[in-house]
Design a protein around this ligand. Structure first.
Ligand SMILES: Cc1cc2nc3c(=O)[nH]c(=O)nc-3n(C[C@H](O)[C@H](O)[C@H](O)COP(=O)(O)OP(=O)(O)OC[C@H]3O[C@@H](n4cnc5c(N)ncnc54)[C@H](O)[C@@H]3O)c2cc1C
Length: 384
């Protein structure tokens, strides 16, 4: 396998050569809370990356990936963030569903779906949460019933907070397939096409004024009988498998983006005089220290599985980033509540979107519950 530093130099050179012209205009676009920015153009960029073999780096070669190590993938994400390359559009397919199909899917499912993910021709969304099943995901109420001839699943129910459903062709859905089953039993993991009469997608307007996520209604929607991943009734295991891939290796790249945000905020504080306020100076310094601590933790745990590691990592970045949004508003001062151009500026949007950092991917409270029970061995919380 190619040396990591050699690969890093190759990625850096490729980005310098290719992130120019029309693609160069996409620098810095996209990202959490900004998915609407130049979506089609970012999709073209993502396909360009795919054609150069720069997507699905960790997938095995036999499934169309590069079979690269964690260290190689970290190097890619660091260079990607450093070049200010635009946010990719197929994160959910590449990082969540693809690895799930490789681990749990049939050869037919792998052949049917992996090329579309790799080449960015089919986009996916994640249909887990429901109005009554968020932190308590085992409360899923959406049902799927196989028809009498065993050809199709018929799906009924509602999903909510489904990121990018309005831009996706497919959804991986956790549904209850065993009548009367409770909690984790009797669930299945289905692959459902979204372009059909039984599916209605309603964007939800967020605090930021944009709509990154949606409500998705299934009213006798259908999917083929063989599009269940894993055994019918064993969907909880597959769904949890997907969540372990969610951790990803992009955290170190994400931290480079955070470092850029912090530098821009320091520059703003110097320009508008906020840096003379001792409390602001202290908070900016604390933010820098927090970022260093996060980086050290990520480096130290990159190759070693430690109990609670994902939960600690999620708590660190979510709280840090939410704090940065709050700090940005204090650096800006009263101007932070004005809308001169009729739209939120980047700092206002950052502040508003980072309110959700401590909720999605498992809220702070849920992360701490998991650490309490699985790492510290404290008694399990009582369930009502
Ligand atoms: C930006 C964004 C994007 C998202 N994208 C997707 C997506 O693509 N697909 C998808 O399926 N879902 C998605 N979600 C949903 C996300 O997974 C849920 O919001 C999250 O799991 C919390 O569930 P909930 O919103 O139902 O809140 P609830 O579970 O109702 O929680 C409400 C509050 O109660 C607290 N709480 C709940 N249970 C406990 C407990 N046992 N102990 C202590 N406190 C508790 C929570 O921490 C929270 O503060 C997204 C959410 C956001 C904000």
């Amino acid at each position: 396998m190619q040396q990591v530093e050699e690969f890093r130099a190759e990625v850096r050179a490729w980005l310098a050569d290719n992130l120019v012209g029309e693609f160069g205009k996409l620098k810095g676009l996209g990202g959490p809370g900004r998915e609407h920015e130049a979506f089609d153009e970012r999709m073209a960029w993502n396909r360009h990356l795919a054609a150069a073999g720069l997507t699905c780096l960790g997938w095995p070669v036999e499934h169309g990936g590069r079979g690269l190590s964690v260290a190689h993938r970290v190097a890619f994400y660091e260079e990607y963030a450093r070049a200010d390359a635009p946010d990719k559009v197929n994160h959910l397919g590449e990082e969540l569903l693809g690895p799930t199909l490789i681990a749990f899917g049939t050869p037919e499912q792998q052949q049917r779906f992996l090329p579309g993910i790799r080449n960015v021709t089919e986009l996916w969304c994640q249909g887990y949460s429901e109005p009554g099943a968020g932190s308590d995901l085992a409360n899923v109420a959406t049902t799927a019933v196989l028809d009498d001839v065993g050809e199709q699943w018929h799906i009924n129910g509602q999903k909510v907070w489904t990121s990018l459903a309005h831009l996706s062709q497919w959804c991986f859905v956790v549904a209850r397939t065993e009548k009367g089953s409770k909690r984790h039993a009797g669930l299945s993991y289905l692959l459902v096409p979204l372009d059909q009469p039984g599916v209605q997608i309603r964007p939800i307007v967020q605090l930021t004024g944009t709509s990154e996520f949606n409500e998705v209604f299934f009213d006798d929607a259908v999917t083929d009988a063989d599009l269940v991943v894993g055994q019918p009734g064993d969907g909880w295991r597959v769904a949890m498998g997907t969540l372990t891939f969610e951790r990803g290796v992009s955290t170190l790249g994400q931290q480079i983006r955070y470092a850029r945000e912090l530098s821009a905020l320091v520059a703003l504080a110097e320009r508008n005089g906020a840096a003379e306020d001792p409390l602001i100076r202290e908070r900016l310094t604390r933010a820098w220290v927090g970022l260093r601590a996060m980086r050290s933790y990520a480096m130290a745990t990159m190759d070693v599985e430690q109990p609670g590691q994902d939960n600690v990592s999620k708590l660190l970045w979510a709280n840090w980033h939410r704090g940065l949004g709050e700090l940005a508003m204090d650096v800006i001062g009263p101007a932070g509540v004005e809308l001169p151009g009729g739209e939120f500026d980047e700092w206002q949007r950052l502040y508003l979107f980072t309110r959700s950092d401590t909720i999605y991917g498992g809220s702070n409270e849920i992360q701490r519950n998991i650490i309490a029970e699985r790492v510290l061995g404290l008694p399990r919380e009582a369930k009502g």
